[in-house]
Design a binder for this molecule. Sequence first.
Ligand SMILES: Cc1cc2nc3c(=O)[nH]c(=O)nc-3n(C[C@H](O)[C@H](O)[C@H](O)COP(=O)(O)OP(=O)(O)OC[C@H]3O[C@@H](n4cnc5c(N)ncnc54)[C@H](O)[C@@H]3O)c2cc1C
Length: 615
Amino acid sequence: MAAIEVKVPDIGDFKDVPVIDVLVKPGDTVKKEDSLVTLESDKATMDVPSPQGGRVKELRVKVGDKVSQGSVIAVLDAQEAAKIAQSDVPDNMLAPRTETRDAAAEPSASASDSKALAGAVAQQGARSVREALSSTLASLDADLHAEVLVLGAGPGGYTAAFRAADLGKKVVLVERYPTLGGVCLNVGCIPSKALLHAARVIADAAEMSEFGVSFGAPKVEIGKLRAWKDGVVAKLTRGLSQLAKARKVTVIEATGTFASPHSIEVQGKDGRKVISFDHCIIAAGSQSARIPGFPSDDPRLMDSTGALALDAVPKRLLVIGGGIIGLEMATVYDALGAKVTVVEFMDRLIPGADPEIVKPLARRIEKRYEKILLKTKVAKLEAVKEGLRATFESAEGGSAPAAEMFDRVLLAVGRRPNGARIGADKAGVTVNERGWIPVDRQMRTNVPHIFAIGDIVGEPMLAHKATHEGKLAAEVIAGMEHHAWEARTIPSVAYTDPEVAWMGLSEPEAKSRGIEYDKAVFPWAASGRALGMGREEGLTKVLFEKGTKRVLGAGIVGVNAGDLISETVLALEMGADAEDIGLTIHPHPTLSETIFFAAEMADGSITDLMPPKAR
Ligand SMILES: Cc1cc2nc3c(=O)[nH]c(=O)nc-3n(C[C@H](O)[C@H](O)[C@H](O)COP(=O)(O)OP(=O)(O)OC[C@H]3O[C@@H](n4cnc5c(N)ncnc54)[C@H](O)[C@@H]3O)c2cc1C
């Protein structure tokens, strides 16, 4: 009998990752891609799938063990895999055909093994027949049937719907709002970046006076600016509707909640309807977190949607939360003339990023903003006639700044997933206590024909993560021979001024995990392009693996850092090393050269600065 050792595959740069769940036991029959164990690093939770079907002969790990690439997790009985392949199970539940051929030459299994296996196979077969039956039964009572129903039309949902339609599926997309695009297009990424562009032009124009070109104070026509921003959003959301139509995706404007494992009840302007489905992709996203006890219906207390509506520019704005969204909106309102105070509970801004790359941003905004209060929280917010009165409290229990009055307050303390608001229990879909829906590496929930993607499945809550997951879920449903989630990193960007962008391993993470690295930090003060833009405060930092000099991570702060970071993401995905980047000719003079210079610093071949070893 051939025994196959199942090893931890390439999991990027993670080492000694704890096993937090063991999902099988000796004797269990598994299919190819079934999850065997769950690993959890400080950045991600990942399931290790079975490379083929078979029977678990032996488990080599238990909860709490630490594993790295190559660690043996389990031993599978290959002959049992062959038996499964020869049986009557539907195609998509079989181990690859080559296994059948190889194993056909093996001696037959014992009678008791065969019996157990026959039971397992019958169980699997029965499950899939039950699945098909319940889908058909649900469709009998439904107003509409979808092969793939997508709940929520944000970047995750519309991408999943479009990809599934392109792969030949009959798709219904349910969205409660009249426009497609979700938070990102309507009240997130796109309107914020339009306003940030205006903010950048205002700041750049003002700063040009130092170099001898003065424009005078800007005259901001708030209505016109708002209309321009709304126009950008409308162009994109209209485009999405046209794309949905062209792909024959049925869009239903209604709020959907599960009625059963194979149906969703929708309530919209056309009344109540039931839509049945073979597969469902939950893409219902997230919403702004609130703080209990703060005024609930005072328009002067805004969330990010209220801030983006831009109905007025307050004299004094308090931003609660020094994360990405809070600081982006602070950038906009500061440029438009508000006096901004930022209050952050942690000891630094953008707590998720490497402090070294946040520092240049902090230095710049400390000069521009009225106050930045770290290690401080707003304990009380009272609505009075003159404004909103904020009482501060020290995070460490010491003295806190005196209470102050603000014209408006922006609450930007994070986002909550919408998992608890879609009747998931009616479908048997697990939602954890924080509202996240756990999924495996193919975006499948605990209910095999229901998938979940985007903000609702976990951090980082970013549009490009949602779209990637949406495509993956659609392709898995369409039966594409897909390998599951393989991306090594998801880049993050704060589109502040300067921008802060990072990806892969950060230096604090490398230190805390005992990963040996070399780092190269190229100061933008040595970049001709940055100097020519009057923006030499930036820096480009790249971490390389000790010995191999392969890229492990990068952080960039400076204008357009969000665009620059992509090169380092590609380098990480392709396993590039310092020499690969250093031998790639970058156009001069560009900010992209700062990545090339950092690689040359690591390589010791830099000429634009003294090489680190010679200094
Ligand atoms: C101010 C702001 C700026 C941001 N900037 C960026 C950025 O620059 N880059 C970036 O990557 N990310 C950014 N984000 C985050 C990004 O918007 C989200 O990560 C992304 O929109 C998540 O996509 P999603 O498809 O998971 O969900 P969402 O975009 O939240 O879409 C979910 C959709 O589901 C619908 N829905 C929910 N429940 C139901 C229901 N029961 N029935 C019917 N429909 C339902 C909602 O109406 C919504 O349209 C920003 C967010 C904010 C708030």
